[in-house]
Structure formats: C-alpha cells, structure tokens
Ligand binder design. Structure first.
Ligand code: ATP
Length: 246
C-alpha cells in the first residue's frame, strides 16, 4: 500500500549508454515526516537513484528501463526536472553546485524563484534562523566560504521553496566532523520540529544511521538490506561491513 508514502520507487532499473546497469530492480519508499537513508559504497548506485528521482538522467545518457517513481500519487519518472521541483521534490546535489560568484543571499533567493515575494521573505527568515551563520555572511561571495558553509547554503537554498521532500546527496562529503554535526543537527530539527521528509544519500553510514528512521543499503545497483535505522546500526553484518566495527 503506497497511500502513506510520499515517495515510492518500484522495481526501478536504470541503464547508462544503453549498456551499464547502474540500478537493478530497486524498490524503496519515504513516508511523510521521516528521514530515510540510502547507504552503500562508491558506485553502488545511490546517486543514480537521486538523478532518476529528480529527472536529470537524460543529461548523462541514462534511461529508466523499468519501474516507476511515484511522488504524492503521481508517476514523475517522465517529468522534466523543473516540473519535479515545482511538485515539491527538491535536491541538494553532490558537490553543492552553488553559483560561486554570487552572494549567499543571492544563492538563497535563486532557490526561492518559484515562490512569491511574501513567502520568499518568510523562507529567508526561516533559513537564517536554522543557519545563523548564513545571516552573518549573507553578503559574502559564496565561492569564498568554507566547505561547510557552502553546504549550509546548498541546504538553505533547497529549503527556500518549502519542499515537500528534501533529497541530499552526500552532504557530509569532505567536511570536518564538527560541521557534519551541525548540518545533521539541522536535518534532525527539520524533521522533529517542522515535520520535514528527507531522503539522505550517504557513504557515511555511521552518521546517517544516527539520524535516520529507516535505511536501505545498496550494493552493485541493488538493495541488499533495509530496516529501521536503529536495528541496522546494531546488526552484526552492518557493523562489520559498513560501520567498520567488525
Ligand atoms: P558515488 O558515491 O560515487 O556517487 P553511487 O553509489 O552514487 O556512488 P552511482 O554514481 O549511482 O553510484 O553509480 C552507479 C554505477 O553507474 C557505477 O558503476 C558508475 O560507474 C555508473 N555510472 C554513474 N554515472 C554514469 C554515467 N553518467 N555514465 C555511465 N556510467 C555511470
């Protein structure tokens, strides 16, 4: 039953260049108000799932060969990226992809281009409350910020349109432990206080399982294990292979 699922992926198969099977028969779902983690090593297929969900596979000669992606009751697997954002499904891409020459404020406003000016002002206030540091640096050029601050801008920019589902691709990548703490604390707060729904793609299984409600583990394009995050964190195989506690 998919009625309580915000996002529901069924039997997804994605192929690049008509030959490389990056995702094979993957099913996963995100229900409202939850943080769902998608874990796995480099090349497991996690980013490909996010690219499928955001409608950008065609830019890399990738194709959905089978399966469906259902968001709020609608099959979005054939929609263009801008329409998917318009439906409320917004990404924080790997590597942040900020407009480096623009200020923090300008980057945030870009993220709110779909909302009216009144909502825009409210959202800006909301983002500045979540990340006080961005308020201090609102007039700074984004390209000169630290990696952690840039990640905050990327998350803030995605939040500007008040998304129904926030997808993050490796937000912890390359960041110092303390900054990861700060960013993950914000994700937890968004869920707990604002009822946000989050799909979190991470190689850092340890961090992700700490804040997630549910998690899927991928290997070679397939989901090999899934379950409640606390159960997975205590699972012997997960500890050995993904948490380095073997
Ligand atoms: P990473 O952490 O490196 O992003 P991942 O789990 O997200 O890893 P994907 O990036 O989805 O994995 O890659 C899955 C498979 O698809 C890999 O074998 C990869 O080499 C291949 N692949 C990814 N993008 C392309 C592309 N544009 N063209 C061809 N093959 C690709």
């Amino acid at each position: 039953d998919d009625s309580e699922n915000l996002l529901s992926i069924r039997n997804l198969k994605v192929v690049y260049n008509s030959s490389i099977e990056a995702v094979r028969d993957v099913s996963l779902s995100v229900s409202a108000g939850k943080i769902v983690a998608l874990l796995g090593a480099n090349g497991a297929g996690k980013s490909t799932i996010l690219k499928g969900v955001s409608g950008v596979l065609f830019t890399e000669d990738g194709e959905i060969e089978n399966g469906s992606i259902n968001f709020r009751g609608e099959n979005i697997s054939e929609l263009m990226p801008d329409l998917i954002v318009g439906r409320g499904l917004v990404q924080v891409p790997e590597g942040r992809r900020l407009f480096a020459p623009l200020t923090v404020h300008e980057n945030l406003v870009m993220g709110g281009h779909l909302v009216g000016s009144k909502v825009l002002a409210e959202r800006l206030e909301f983002v500045f409350e979540l990340f006080p540091r961005l308020k201090e640096k609102a007039s700074h050029i984004s390209g000169y910020l630290s990696g952690g601050e840039q990640q905050m801008v990327a998350v803030g920019r995605a939040l500007m349109s008040d998304p129904k589902l926030l997808c993050l691709d490796e937000p912890s990548l390359g960041l110092a432990p303390q900054i990861i703490d700060e960013i993950f604390k914000v994700l937890r707060k968004l869920r707990d206080e604002n009822g946000a729904s989050i799909l979190l793609v991470e190689q850092n299984a340890h961090r992700a399982l700490e804040i997630a409600d549910y998690a899927y583990i991928m290997e070679n394009g397939r989901v090999v294990m899934d379950g409640a995050a606390d159960a997975l964190a205590n699972n012997r195989d997960v500890k050995e292979f993904y948490l380095g506690l073997g």
